[in-house]
Structures are given as C-alpha cells and as structure tokens.
Design a protein around this ligand. Structure first.
Ligand code: CP
Ligand code: NVA
Length: 309
C-alpha cells in the first residue's frame, strides 16, 4: 500500500513506466474491468473542473465506482478531523483522492488511511498535473531527458511538482519568478538532488527571458492560486513581466510548445495569441489528466506486476 503525495513517491523507472502505460491507455481508450468492485473516494476542499471530472471518468472507465465528496457536505466541515475521516473512509473505499490546502493535511490523512491517498492538489504540490504535463511533452517532443522546460510566473504548487517531475525525468527545469514569488527553496533542493542522479538540472532565476531562451517547453500558471485572491493586486503587479507572450515565445526554441495547467486568464499570465496559437498543447495536456490518472490508479491499485495493459 502506497500513497502519492508528490511526484517523488515514484522512482524514475516507475514514472517512465506510468507514462508508457498512460500512452497505451490513451491509444486504446475504452471500458476496462481493472477496478471492478472497487470504489475510489474524491474529497474536494477547493473547486475543480479537470481533476474532478477526469478522476471520476478514469475510475468509471476502469470499471470502478467513484464517490465525489465535497468537503462542505462532510462532517469535515463541522470539525471532524482529517485523521478520523481517513480511518472511517478506509473502511468503505479502496483509495482516497484529496484536494486540500496544507500539504500537512494530506500527510496527516496518510497516517491513518489504510488505503492509498492521492494528492489532487495542495497548496504545496500538484503531482497529478505533472504526470499529464510530462505525457504531453513526451508525445510532442518524443522524449524528456535533456529537454529544457521553462516555467514563468508564480513559484507555486504546479511549479513545485514540475520541478520534481522534470528532474526525475532528467529534464532541465528553469523557473523564472520575481524574488517574492519564487518556489520553496526546499523543493528546489529536493529537485536538484534528483536531477543530480538523472542528468537533469534545476535552476531558479528572476529573469524570464533568460529562462525562456532556447526552451523546448514554456509553461505558466495562474498568478493567484485558490486561496490567494486577496493578494491578487500585489501579485499581478509583481508578476506582469513574467507573462508568456509573443516575445517570450520568440526567445524559446522554434519548435517550443506551450503548456498551462488551466484555468487560464488570457491577457494576464498568458497572451491569448499564445494559448490559442499553434504552439499551444494545452488541450492535449488537459486530456492527458485522464490517461495519466488511470495509469496512476492502476499503479496504486492494480494487480502486482501491472496486469494493467
Ligand atoms: N489543472 C487543474 O487541476 O484543473 P482543476 O482545478 O479544474 O481541477
Ligand atoms: N496554482 C493553481 C492551480 C490550479 C489547477 C491553484 O492552486 O489554484
């Protein structure tokens, strides 16, 4: 029994295998029976479009039963602890997918849950997103190791998991953010330690054009994440120079692709002409949430040895 609280729960080999399986599941999409008789709970303490629907459909297409739980409708909203919630839900469900605030809430849940806990986004990490991101890069560029991914903008949960995922896959990940909004130094160090083993590299800079120059992948995310709306004005002022626009794309490699985990704010963190232009792979990226999450569920819940393909 294992949890998936961030990407480094997977070894480099497991990550590559998961992406291979996601490709197989994408190519042969259709009903399966892998999760027949099993139920997966999904607790949302924040809003979601993609994660909620793609997990629900993933479970259904694998033959399982999905139970979507809005936190406000649970006793969690009336003060029941996350630990007790984990103890009880483990008696009904076979996995728990959870979107929440502090990463420590997921860690607390993982101490009492006796079924796999999957991080469906926390303030610190978005490891399910990073799987879809890598699948998209791989299908567009044919590989991952040695490629440069430039992330411009807020050094947030998405940036954190990309740092760890890219480093695990042997990529060069460059994050450009203003000094007040750079990724957590501890996460950058964790990623750098992984990169040292895989031949990847990790770099944090304040210079957006330095990051974008020659990049194979240009990535951005919202400037104010869920829970940060009251900081919006300050964030927009500080992050404006990090917008992914035509100038940024002109600095990147000629064949560079653009990714955004969505939801997007055109004219804010990304120019409309970029997200809606020929370099954009964001709709494939959103679709790949479905395939990579199926592969993840099979890894966590499937028969030993895979039995999955
Ligand atoms: N990218 C992503 O996680 O989207 P949702 O917030 O809509 O799930
Ligand atoms: N960083 C964003 C990602 C949304 C999918 C947030 O946490 O709101």
């Amino acid at each position: 029994m294992r949890h998936y609280l961030d990407v480094d729960a997977l070894s480099a080999g497991e990550l590559a295998g998961l992406l291979d399986l996601a490709d197989v599941l994408k190519a042969g999409r259709g009903p399966r029976e892998d999760l027949a008789g099993r139920s997966v709970g999904m607790i949302f303490e924040k809003p979601s479009t993609r994660t909620r629907v793609s997990f629900q459909v993933a479970v259904a297409e694998l033959g399982g039963h999905g139970v979507v739980l809005n936190a406000a409708d649970l006793q969690l909203g009336r003060g029941e602890t996350i630990e007790d919630t984990g103890r009880v839900l483990s008696r009904y469900l076979h996995a728990l997918v959870v979107r929440t605030h502090a990463q420590s809430r997921l860690e607390a849940l993982a101490t009492t849950a006796t079924v796999p806990v999957v991080n469906a986004l926390s303030d610190a990490a978005h490891p399910c997103q990073a799987l879809a991101d890598l699948q998209t890069v791989r299908e567009r560029a044919g590989g991952l190791a040695g490629l440069t991914l430039a992330y411009l903008g807020d050094g947030n949960n998405v940036a954190h998991s990309l740092l760890v995922a890219g480093a695990t896959a042997g990529m060069r990940v460059v994050v450009a953010s203003p000094p007040a909004y750079q990724p957590d130094a501890a996460v950058a160090e964790r990623a750098a330690a992984l990169a040292a083993r895989t031949g990847g590299r990790v770099l944090v800079t304040a210079d957006p054009l330095e990051a974008a120059t020659g990049a194979d992948v240009v990535y951005t995310d919202v400037w104010a994440s869920m829970g940060q709306d009251d900081e919006r004005e300050d964030r927009v002022a500080a992050l404006r120079p990090y917008r992914v626009d035509a100038d940024v794309m002109a600095a990147a490699d000629d064949d560079a692709i653009v990714l955004h985990c969505l939801p997007a704010h055109r004219g804010e963190e990304i120019a409309a002409e970029v997200i809606d232009g020929p370099s954009s792979a964001v709709w494939d990226q959103a679709e790949n949430r479905l395939h990579t999450q199926k592969a993840l569920l099979l890894l966590l819940l499937g028969e030993p040895g895979g039995g999955a393909t």
